[in-house]
Design a protein around this ligand. Structure first.
Ligand code: GMT
Length: 395
């Protein structure tokens, strides 16, 4: 296949998954063209059969907000024509599914089919907003293939966007379990914490939905009872709130804000516990990365997280905002070495047995091939009757 892939290139799970999938598919012999306004943050090295096309944005004094949706549509159209793409795969519906539909309209019957992978807030938060709902719903329904990263997200999409359940394939997120693995170098505990301190970790883009204030509050509860350090990885609008919470709770000397890191696999193996107390997560890729790295998880019992983190086996899930429950759960795991070992091993096993790239990438591959084939047959059957009619009429 020759696939055009569009995703958000910035720090976030949808861009991470899109990039990993593109690289994996290229490794399986497909040609992959990333099309976005910047190079995806995890597309660092050279990979055979992987190309990057930067969307050109023309500045013009009238454009207070340059129309990225249109510029992307033009870039997708150009890439489809120049590279004879078999498929356009967009990650995150807004505005990518819309741009893909516009490109398809411009290409006419020569255009490739579109697969839209829904990731989370494109459905649960931004997509549902009245200013976006109609166009999001329309654009998703125009796609020839629709996937969601969890059953939870599929149910939300069916409920709120009028998409038939049969038209949505649930394909979970995945990771390279060699890259994310316990004990991986170069993580050194002594570079992150004092000897004897437990290391708690959080990775996110610090948006309100992540409840980073709760991360700090849970940590403060733990730090009252044992020597501990919190490593905060990522950045975003709620960072000042997290800094303030650390100051108010008097733990600022034990909270380290590392900022954004593309290679979190280098840090996660040092975590004794991973915290993800989000308001909602359609999947929770960061929790999966932590589990694969051997860290037990304390997270919210929200969205798709229960599909990823087995409660009572690889971690504990509590209602969003239940800081006391999360603190008690964290202490239970950290105070009991046998439980910690069991949870760590179980999380690793879940990652390997249910979410490894070897298992999930072929599902994506097979699905994309199916969409291409169905689209081709649909086009043929649209052409065929008119040919027959022509013959009939001519006869
Ligand atoms: O939908 C978003 O909020 C953005 C997206 C991202 O790029 O970080 O996050 C979502 O997609 C990830 C990858 O599929 C999931 O692991 C996250 O759970 C999901 N975020 C939310 O649902 C809040």
């Amino acid at each position: 296949m020759k696939i055009g892939v569009t995703c958000y290139p910035t720090y976030g799970g949808s861009g991470a998954v899109a990039t990993a999938l593109g690289i994996e598919l290229a490794g399986r012999g497909h040609e992959v063209h990333f099309i976005s306004y910047a190079q995806p943050f995890r597309l660092g090295r050279f990979h055979e059969r992987v190309f990057f096309h930067e969307v050109e944005m023309e500045q013009y004094p009238l454009f207070e907000h340059p129309p990225y949706t249109l510029a992307l549509a033009v870039a997708l159209h150009d890439a489809a024509r120049t590279h004879d793409l078999d498929l356009i795969h967009v990650h995150y519906a807004i505005p990518h599914a819309t741009s893909a539909w516009i490109a398809q309209q411009m290409l006419g019957d020569d255009g490739p089919p579109v697969v839209t992978t829904l990731h989370g807030t494109d459905i649960t938060l931004v997509g549902i907003h009245p200013s976006f709902q109609a166009i999001t719903s329309f654009s998703i329904l125009q796609s020839q293939g629709i996937t969601t990263v969890s059953q939870f997200l599929k149910d939300q999409t069916v409920r709120d966007f009028g998409v038939a359940a049969d038209d949505i394939e649930v394909i979970p997120n995945f990771l390279d379990t060699e890259v994310y693995s316990p004990g991986k170098e170069p993580c050194r505990r002594d570079s992150l914490a004092e000897p004897g301190e437990k290391i708690l970790m959080h990775v996110s883009n610090f948006r309100p939905v992540k409840r980073v204030g709760d991360v700090v509050r849970v940590f403060a509860g733990v730090a009252e009872r044992m020597p501990a350090r919190l490593i905060m990885i990522g950045d975003g609008p709620e960072r000042p709130r997290a800094v303030e919470a650390a100051q108010v709770l008097g733990v600022e000397d034990r909270v380290v804000f590392l900022g954004k890191h593309g290679a979190v696999e280098e840090l996660l193996p040092c975590a004794d516990l991973f915290l993800l107390p989000s308001e909602s997560e359609s999947f929770g890729l960061a929790a999966l990365e932590a589990m694969a790295s051997g860290a037990p998880v304390v997270a919210s019992n929200a969205g798709g997280l229960p599909e990823v983190v087995p409660h009572g086996e690889a971690g504990y899930l509590f209602e969003p905002g239940d800081v006391d429950g999360m603190t008690a759960g964290a202490l239970e795991i950290l105070n009991d070495p046998d439980r910690w070992k069991a949870f760590s091993a179980a999380g690793r096993a879940v990652a390997v047995e249910r979410f490894s790239a070897e298992l999930v990438v072929p599902i994506y591959e097979e699905y994309c091939l199916r969409v291409i084939e169905t689209h081709r047959r649909n086009l043929e059957s649209r052409v065929a009757p008119s040919v027959e009619n022509g013959v009939e009429n001519g006869g």
